[in-house]
Design a protein around this ligand. Structure first.
Ligand code: FMN
Length: 167
């Protein structure tokens, strides 16, 4: 399997901890972790990608991701397989739960990327989200404030699934 690139942005540190848990589940796979505050040009080097972002503002991307939007739009995602992981808070931000994921999703779709591993919307409680397509979440959805106890199993299941798509 080709090397997996894991790109993340984190303001409060929760996403950084999630990336460590993703790494734990990748076990002996070849991967590289990159904080997007250091830039995202290296995305071009990977055919297998995991992109991780919390939602901030009202349904917006995390700041370091936001700063990379114009760079992101320049990347050719054809022949790349991508999984998106979103962190959010379904109680405090139930009107825009993990909606930041949609911003990454739309850009990558537009640039020809193959976004894989959607997940079930069951087991979450919120009013609205932009992160659903065909009745599924567009990636892995985690809530470290309200459902931290479910995170390890959600990550494990999702990593097992996405590894089937990576080449
Ligand atoms: C100012 C602010 C705005 C937020 N807006 C949203 C939101 O619109 N939707 C959502 O699901 N979560 C929202 N959240 C929750 C964060 O996404 C969540 O706490 C996340 O785990 C933070 O990740 P980090 O610690 O890596 O920065 C917001 C949090 C803050 C502090």
């Amino acid at each position: 399997m080709n090397k997996i690139g894991i790109f993340y942005g984190s303001t409060g540190g929760s996403t950084m901890a999630i990336v460590e848990e993703i790494e734990f589940n990748l076990k002996n796979k070849d991967y590289q972790v990159i904080n997007v505050k250091d830039g995202i040009k290296e995305i071009s080097n990977f055919s297998n990608l995991i992109l991780v972002t919390p939602t901030y503002g009202v349904g917006e991307l995390q700041d370091d991701w936001n700063n990379q939007i114009s760079e992101l739009k320049k990347i050719d995602f054809t022949n790349k397989t991508i999984g998106i992981v979103g962190l959010g808070n379904q109680r405090a931000f139930g009107e825009s739960f993990v909606s930041g994921m949609r911003i990454l999703y739309d850009i990558i779709q537009e640039k020809g990327g193959n976004i894989v591993s959607p997940t079930s919307i069951l087991g979450y409680s919120y009013q609205d989200t932009q992160a659903i397509e065909n009745n599924k979440f567009i990636g892995l959805v985690l809530d470290e404030t309200n459902q931290e106890d479910q995170t390890p199993e959600r990550i494990q299941d999702w990593i097992n699934d996405i590894l089937k798509y990576f080449s």
